[in-house]
Write a protein that binds this ligand. Structure first.
Ligand SMILES: [Zn+2]
Length: 271
């Protein structure tokens, strides 16, 4: 699974480098972005080549971004954790697909301040489709339907839960973006963040989507505030919120359930 992770991570690197510029992810072959020399196969081995080349192009010695091995290692971590938890099951497919979509968006937002629509649209379609096979947490939807004297059974309950997750995740971000724009006349949140949360909502449903927003906001604050205060380089830095939200969503997807249940028990909302 770790080898699969490295191979998929290598492909995700191609997506991250090319999708924000609207380039094809199939051709041309991988090349050094500085001197354009095509990479030999032995210079294109995930993580290992980076170490052997000591982070520099063999031809022009231009530094290779640390993002390449980081993406490969993060993809490996996602696949290994998902496999340890779910073995080879539909759940494994769902959590590793979401993880890999999120890794692309985490890094396109970090490096290009872009959250490409082809990725989020594909993700939304997959999230809705997978909700018909793997149940999405439908407790808030069930609760509302119960009050209305009605109920839904699987897979419709799961599909509605997936749509509700998208509506809540995307809706909160759309509302915040709109209010911020009205108040300041500046764009604080891009539409990409709305699309990202629509996608996350379809996979995770309402409760874990709310957890994602909470953890992403805390993570962003913990990283951005100290850096803005301590370093003049980061004053008025355009922070990529999608990067923090994406990392939070990866955590929510693979490890957020116990945290969520502990909170619900503490708040007396469990059951
Ligand atoms: Zn080069």
């Amino acid at each position: 699974m770790a080898l699969f992770g490295l191979a998929f991570g290598s492909f995700l690197n191609v997506c991250i480098a090319r999708l924000p510029r609207g380039e094809s992810i199939i051709s041309p072959r991988s090349h050094c972005p500085k001197c354009n020399r095509p990479l030999r196969w032995y210079d294109n081995i995930p993580v290992l080549s980076f170490l052997l080349l000591r982070g520099r192009c063999r031809n022009c010695r231009a530094p290779i971004s640390l993002i390449y091995p980081a993406v490969e290692l993060l993809t490996t971590a996602v696949l290994v954790v998902a496999f340890a938890r779910y073995r080879l099951s539909p759940e494994f497919i769902k959590h590793s697909v979401l993880g890999m979509l999120l890794i692309v968006l985490v890094f396109t937002d970090l490096t290009h301040r872009r959250i490409p629509h082809p990725v989020t649209l594909l993700g939304m379609a997959l999230g809705l489709l997978l909700s018909l096979i793997i149940p999405v947490d439908s407790r808030p939807v069930d609760w509302i339907l119960q009050r209305l004297g009605s109920e839904l059974s699987f897979p419709f309950s799961s599909l509605v839960a997936s749509l509700a997750g998208a509506a809540v995740g995307g809706g909160i971000f759309y509302a915040v973006a709109e209010v911020f724009f009205r108040l300041t006349g500046k764009e604080g949140l891009g539409f990409g963040d709305v699309m990202l949360m629509l996608m996350v909502g379809t996979f995770l449903g309402v409760p874990l989507t709310l957890l994602t927003i909470l953890l992403g906001s805390i993570l962003g604050t913990l990283v951005a505030v100290p850096l803005e205060l301590l370093s003049s380089r980061f004053r008025h830095h355009p922070w990529p919120f999608g990067t923090f939200l994406g990392l939070a969503a990866i955590y929510a997807s693979l490890g957020g359930q116990p945290l969520l249940e502990a909170y619900l028990r503490w708040a007396g909302l469990a059951g």
